[in-house]
Design a protein around this ligand. Structure first.
Ligand code: PGA
Length: 248
């Protein structure tokens, strides 16, 4: 596990963007999978700046949407696809045919799962995934105690996720389920980056990185990934500083 601790959110975003851009430059045609929460927003901005200044070509790779709220679509502010299109795909000018999303409005969630699994398989698996860490340790919508099932599935949302969800939406939305790429498939990604910022995440970051690998904290299940990079800021690192050496 390579742990990078940046001074602040901007530093974390810059560092994460740099690592992603380097990966893209070395792996055109690869499949990427980005979390859509608040944490990656700064990284997306940096990547788009780099794309505009031709340091990286963000359209040289393919994208798989990590997750979606079941029942929400692009017209729902705060849905994963709205965030990803408005904050990343559209400003980066990614052609639609390079992106595969879960259609959260499709009641046939089985088909949505299969289509995503087919997309991932057709691109030789995920080359790089950048995952946020939820307040309950979830990655994507892999909520605590989600089973080790390959592929994609629908998950009943944990109470923590439901209460945190309010921050994304512009009106009350009664979300109950998420559709997600399963953690086992995410773990098969060739490269995994975990990002987190702020003291509010310090406890869950500690549990994810220093606690036992346990399904009660899904992010902890990534600990033994052979190419795991953790990029966090000092706030999120409050409870682990001094326990990893050397810091970078
Ligand atoms: P956040 O969400 O980035 O909005 O904190 C983390 C996550 O659930 O991935």
């Amino acid at each position: 596990m390579n742990i990078i601790i940046a001074d602040d959110y901007n530093g974390m975003s810059l560092k994460a963007a740099g690592v992603v851009a380097e990966f893209i430059n070395k792996n055109p045609g690869a499949l990427l999978c980005f979390a859509a929460g608040n944490t990656p927003a700064g990284m997306f901005e940096e990547l788009i700046k780099m794309h505009k200044s031709k340091e990286v070509d963000l359209s040289s790779v393919y994208y798989a949407e990590l997750d979606e709220w079941v029942g929400l679509g692009y017209s729902d502010r705060g849905s994963c696809c709205q965030v990803m299109f408005d904050n990343y795909y559209t400003p980066a000018g990614i052609p639609k045919e390079k992106i595969h999303i879960f259609d959260g409005l499709d009641k046939d969630t089985k088909t949505q799962c299969r289509l995503m699994e087919d997309w991932i398989a057709a691109h030789g698996g995920i080359g790089l995934t950048v995952l946020g860490i939820g307040m309950n340790g979830h990655i994507g919508f892999n909520e605590p105690y989600v089973p080790d099932t390959k592929g994609c599935f629908v998950v009943p949302l944990d109470n923590v996720t439901k209460s945190v969800s309010i921050k994304y939406f512009d009106r009350p939305l009664p979300v109950e389920y998420g559709i997600t790429i399963g953690w086992s498939t995410l773990k098969d990604a060739k490269n995994v980056i975990l990002i987190a910022d702020g003291e509010k995440k310090a406890q869950i970051v500690e549990a994810s990185l220093r606690g036992p690998m346990d399904p009660s904290v899904p992010a902890s299940l990534m600990q033994d990934h052979p190419a795991l990079t953790v990029i966090i800021d000092k706030g999120a690192a409050t409870r682990i500083r001094g326990r990893f050496s050397p810091f970078r």
